[in-house]
Design a binder for this molecule. Structure first.
Ligand code: SF4
Ligand code: SF4
Length: 170
């Protein structure tokens, strides 16, 4: 029988620790060959951070009164590109994968919202704009275009980061 949870990488704490320790070791041992990857991670951090003021505003306008909190039913997790980004940009990764058991909701969702800093969240959490937020953004076409461009650039940088890392380490 297919186990849908098998799609989630490093969902056991030991596997999560091992993945993070392996990346730390690779970064320590690879040195200057990862210069391009570090540069890309820095650009990615800047690009992500530039979206946060708008995301914070949208959240203030919509999440406080929300009766169907997306994080309570989200089927999301940190992937390889997220981990690479955290390590190459010098960001403390979350201490565990978001989900670990069938029926779980994200361990970082709390009564006051997400307990992770925005920069520590998997990209999928930044990328997701719920219908209410999207509707509000449609009323501000300039903001809508700006955020769409940023999210497109972030996706491209994540892909470049992974490619650059693989080329530097294989
Ligand atoms: S992002 Fe949208 S669905 Fe999620 S908690 Fe905020 S208002 Fe609710
Ligand atoms: S990491 Fe935060 S934003 Fe992402 S699903 Fe979990 S609680 Fe929600």
């Amino acid at each position: 029988m297919n186990d849908p949870f098998s799609a989630i990488p490093w969902r056991a704490p030991a596997l999560w620790r091992e993945a993070n320790n392996s990346l730390k070791r690779i970064l320590r041992n690879t040195g200057p060959a990862l210069e391009e990857s570090r540069r890309l991670a820095h650009r990615l951090k800047q690009q992500l951070t530039s979206t946060f003021p708008l995301m914070d505003r949208l959240c203030r306008e919509t999440c406080l009164d929300c009766v169907d909190i997306c994080c309570q039913r989200a089927w999301v997790w940190a992937d390889f590109r997220d981990l690479l980004f955290f390590h190459l940009a010098g960001i403390q990764p979350p201490d565990q994968q978001l989900l670990s058991r069938q029926g779980d909701h994200c361990r970082y969702g709390g009564p006051m919202g997400c307990r992770l800093d925005r920069i520590q969240r998997p990209f999928v959490c930044t990328w997701y704009l719920c219908p209410d937020q999207t509707r509000r953004l449609r009323e501000e076409p300039a903001q809508m275009n700006a955020i769409s461009d940023s999210l497109r650039r972030i996706k491209g940088l994540r892909q470049e980061l992974e490619t650059s890392f693989i080329q530097a380490t294989t």
